[in-house]
Design a protein around this ligand. Structure first.
Ligand code: M6R
Length: 369
């Protein structure tokens, strides 16, 4: 069933363009309007929502962190994101106007399930974003938006993550559409951009040979750091998580702006640092700040691995290794920026002789708290 791939993980990485396209299928009409009737929460109720709380674990939590940017930008509803395992233990403030979004590939993660039960007990509505039909989390939620990634076998989540992002964008845009926010015009444009994103993921996959080669050359390292800003920060966290679980290496993701508040002390000669660079268009202030960060760490000896948009020339002088990704609107960049990090972790783990589909100590679905 690996269809000629050396691992399920490689197969699932390769399936991402289709998974993304399938998750969009039938949810956007020709005029760029979202039709999410399957989300059976009446528009009237969605108009009353005054807070969104996302709960999830691991990779799904990283999708939630990215969802916050999209939800707050397109809907102007405050959004919190919390690790499901922490949520109910701090007596969170919830009521009927709170929309809780529970994200889970398996739909069986106990931490996420307990968080949603707690939310419903407090009167909140729960919308599940889930990849597994009929699993417990969607069954116990008020509504569900399924991701259409197909079965994910490898323990490390890849295609499910990309489709969780798509689902999060759809929820954010739908909330914006229902509530008629001032970003109405932008929403139409983003919906069009989303329709082209599967092709962009495909293009990234076609350019991964140098990333594989780089990963193999770093197999003897002990530590890799990941930096990002804005939606690139959760992407950095995800890149680090993939490397931890597959390569059993010390890997940490930071918000690049935090470097000077501590982590820069970690930089030493030849330390690999992956930097996810925001688009030079959109949020160009952040772009310029991160270019300065790359300069700073390189001056201290770091080996910089820079993931930047095609056409971004400002990064070229400071990149020891440059990975190009297609230009996308800022909020959608994680869909293309994450892919090289998945390939990087998979290849590095393989070079270290690790079993990528079944990393040590981990299970595909974590059904204990
Ligand atoms: O099935 P879920 O999405 O609820 O699983 C959540 C996490 O356990 C999962 O994402 C885990 O972090 C993956 N192994 C990451 O690759």
């Amino acid at each position: 069933e690996k269809c000629g791939y050396a691992s399920f993980m490689l197969k699932e990485i390769a399936e991402q363009p289709k998974a993304v396209a399938d998750t969009l299928l039938g949810r956007i009409d020709g005029s760029g309007t979202l039709s999410l009737d399957e989300v059976r929460i009446p528009p009237g109720v969605l108009r009353e929502v005054d807070k969104v709380v996302v709960v999830a674990c691991g990779t799904a939590f990283h999708a939630g962190l990215i969802a916050k940017y999209a939800i707050e930008h397109w809907t102007r509803i405050p959004c919190e994101v919390e690790l499901a395992s922490e949520f109910r233990y701090r007596d969170p403030i919830l009521d009927q106007q709170t929309l809780v979004v529970a994200i889970s590939q398996s739909g069986e993660t106990m931490d996420t399930l307990m968080a949603l039960r707690h939310a419903r007990e407090q009167g909140a509505r729960v919308l599940a974003i889930c990849n597994t039909n009929g699993s417990t989390i969607p069954r116990e939620s008020d509504a569900v938006l399924y991701t259409h990634a197909g079965p994910e076998v490898a323990v490390a989540s890849t295609k499910a993550f990309l489709t969780q992002l798509v689902a999060c964008y759809l929820v954010a845009l739908y909330l914006g559409q229902v509530r008629g926010t001032k970003y109405g015009d932008e929403i139409g444009d983003v919906v069009r951009d989303l329709s082209g994103i599967s092709g962009a993921v495909e293009r990234v996959l076609g350019t991964m040979d140098p990333v594989r080669q780089l990963a193999r050359s770093l197999a003897h390292k002990n530590t890799v750091l990941f930096l990002g800003r804005h939606v690139g920060h959760p992407v950095a966290l995800e890149g680090a998580l993939k490397l931890k679980e597959l390569a059993y290496m010390h890997a940490e993701g930071f918000a690049a702006g935090e470097l000077k508040h501590g982590p820069i002390a970690l930089i030493e000669e030849d330390l690999p640092v992956v930097v996810v660079v925001p688009s030079p268009r959109g949020r160009s202030v952040l772009h310029d700040k991160i270019v300065s960060n790359i300069q700073e760490i390189r001056a201290r000896g770091a080996r910089t691995i820079v993931i930047a948009e095609e056409g971004d020339e400002a990064v070229v002088p400071y990149a020891d290794h440059l990975v190009r990704i297609p230009a996308t609107p800022t909020l959608l960049q994680p869909l293309v920026a994450t892919v090289p990090l998945q390939v990087f972790a998979c290849e590095l783990a393989t070079a270290r002789g690790n079993e990528v589909d079944q990393p040590r100590n981990l299970a595909k679905s974590v059904t204990v708290e």
